[in-house]
Design a protein around this ligand. Structure first.
Ligand code: XMP
Length: 513
């Protein structure tokens, strides 16, 4: 049976992977490709449907990204979104121009329910708009299928040619019935059957990795976090003992974490892996001495990681591939997509210019966190590992504001262990995306017993999020915060103040640096 899938052609918008993910949520495999893909390549791939993404350009300007109008003759259903809808209109003879009134944010859209795209969608529905240009006139042969008071063509279609377009973004959560519209496109227009599951991704990736790696040797950067654990188990299923997992204890792990990771992946654990633990704390502390700038710290930690791996690889000999558990938000926030650099995630943008491996393999690069967890479940990784909260590669290095010292590491480890213990005891961990303690660079005056103190302030953070791209500060019960505070100031030497971070992302980020 031919495998069915939909492709997303990338015209530079920020939600491109999100579109692919929403289609996968409809149980149809989907991946993003550049808009420069040739028609020949598209024909060879034989997708069931194509989606044009949004983008920041104006479709009518000659320098804007485009595609041959012959794509509309292939007989493959196409859905254009935002810029993609304007491009479709422009290429087929409609009129695209600057809108007299731009629309941003949640907007009420009136839909025509005779349209297949809007079947079972409310007549008036809230959609997410973000545009300065608009389709002033739909091309010949098209009918308008949705409008807003200021947008005459909020959606248009030519059902005979199976061409559909929406000015708004059905893929974002704020479009209340967006999933229904995408599902109508893939099922009712593209006639997909919806037989894709996360298990297919796991099977296909194992097969692809086996083919790629052949009889080569692979090194996996294992941190014990969800992403690298899933990547390691995936690779071990693909190439067995050709894989060696290297776990670098950089001295920036949570309390007892080094031993916990070793207990799962080491020789006593349930997996039959080549596992090497490298205790490199002092080496990292030496490199970080005196460094306070967050990006510099990230780059130093990222580079040192790679150097340690390279050394281990040399000891093993003839290692061709380095596997990393990079996932999609790491890629986008490191600015490797077209968005601005927020932070250099050490397993992506923080890589040194020269890396001594034939290739870096990132099998989870297209997945979002919750998709990675599902892949982990498919692989039979125990639930307590799969549902663990994320821990960043640079570890406590980015939860220690300012210079990293062994003393500050000890303080933040102890405070964080207390915080996690109390959150678990109170049973409030379930609804939280991530929660941890950080040490601020602020010392302030306090009084303990009859003595004046001049000690550090610990910042507690807890956020609710599912995609980690945006987050809200969690409302932790006051009794819990109060108990954590008194335990930290009593039990952790060097701390006399505890603060709670109430900021969301944006404007803050989840980690402090
Ligand atoms: P921010 O702080 O950017 O974090 O809001 C978003 C998510 O990414 C994690 N994070 C990282 N993960 N390497 C990683 O593997 C990194 O360098 C890194 N920096 C942040 C962070 O913990 C949160 O889950």
């Amino acid at each position: 049976m031919e495998k069915e899938f939909v492709i997303v052609l990338d015209f530079g918008g920020q939600y491109n992977q999100l579109i692919a993910r929403r289609v996968r949520e409809c149980n149809v495999y989907c991946e993003v490709h550049p808009n420069t893909l040739s028609l020949e390549e598209i024909k060879k791939m034989n997708p069931k449907g194509i989606i044009f993404t949004g983008g920041p350009n104006s479709a009518y300007l000659p320098e804007s990204p485009t595609i041959s109008a012959e794509i509309f003759e292939l007989g493959i259903p196409i859905l254009g979104i935002c810029y993609g809808s304007q491009l479709m209109a422009h290429l087929l003879g409609g009129t695209v121009s600057t809108a007299p009134t731009s629309e941003y944010g949640k907007t009420e859209v009136t839909t025509n329910q005779d349209s297949v795209l809007f079947q079972d969608v409310s007549h008036t529905t809230v959609c997410w708009m973000s545009h300065t240009d608009y389709i002033a006139k739909a091309p010949e042969g098209f009918t308008v299928s949705a409008t807003t008071p200021v947008c005459p063509v909020a959606a248009m279609e030519n059902p005979e040619r199976r061409l559909y377009a929406t000015q708004f973004h059905p893929e974002v959560m704020h479009t209340a019935e967006g999933m229904k519209m995408l599902s109508n496109f893939v099922y009712k227009v593209c006639q997909c059957k919806g037989d894709w599951q996360m298990s297919s991704f796991v099977e296909d990736t194992i097969k692809a990795m086996r083919e790629k790696i052949g009889d080569g040797k692979v090194l996996c950067a294992l941190s014990g976090g969800v992403d690298s654990s899933v990547a390691a188990v995936l690779l071990s299923k693909a190439v067995g003992k050709q894989l060696t997992c290297v776990f670098v204890d950089h001295g920036l792990l949570r309390k007892n974490e080094g031993d916990e990771v070793e207990a799962v992946f080491g020789p006593e654990g349930p997996y039959d892996l080549n596992f090497i633990r490298v205790n490199a704390a002092q080496r990292f502390y030496d490199k970080l001495a005196g460094v306070t700038e967050p990006e510099e710290k990230r780059k130093i930690i990222g580079e040192e990681f790679i150097r340690v791996f390279e050394e281990e690889a040399k000891k093993i000999g003839a290692v061709d591939y380095l596997v990393q558990g990079t996932i999609y938000p790491d890629v986008i926030e490191s600015g490797l997509g077209k968005s601005a650099v927020i932070k250099s995630h050490h397993n992506v943008g923080g890589l040194p210019d020269y890396v001594d491996f034939r290739e870096i393999v990132e099998p989870l690069r297209l997945l979002f966190k919750d998709e990675v967890r599902n892949a982990g479940r498919e692989l039979g990784i125990p639930e307590y590992l799969v549902s663990r909260q994320p821990f960043p590669g640079p570890g406590l290095g980015i939860r220690i504001i300012g210079e990293v010292t062994a003393e500050k590491v000890r303080i933040v480890q102890d405070a964080d262990a207390i915080y996690r213990e109390e959150i678990a005891n109170a049973g409030v961990d379930k609804g939280l995306g991530q929660y941890f303690a950080a040490i601020t660079n602020m010392r302030s005056v306090g009084v303990m017993g009859d003595e004046r103190t001049y000690d550090y302030a610990i910042a507690l953070r807890a956020v609710c999020t599912s995609d980690f791209m945006t987050a809200e500060a969690a409302q932790i019960p006051w009794e819990v915060l109060s108990k954590v505070t008194s335990r930290i100031v009593n039990e952790v030497k060097g701390v006399n103040r505890v603060l709670y971070d109430c900021t969301g992302k944006p404007p803050a980020t989840i980690e402090f640096e």
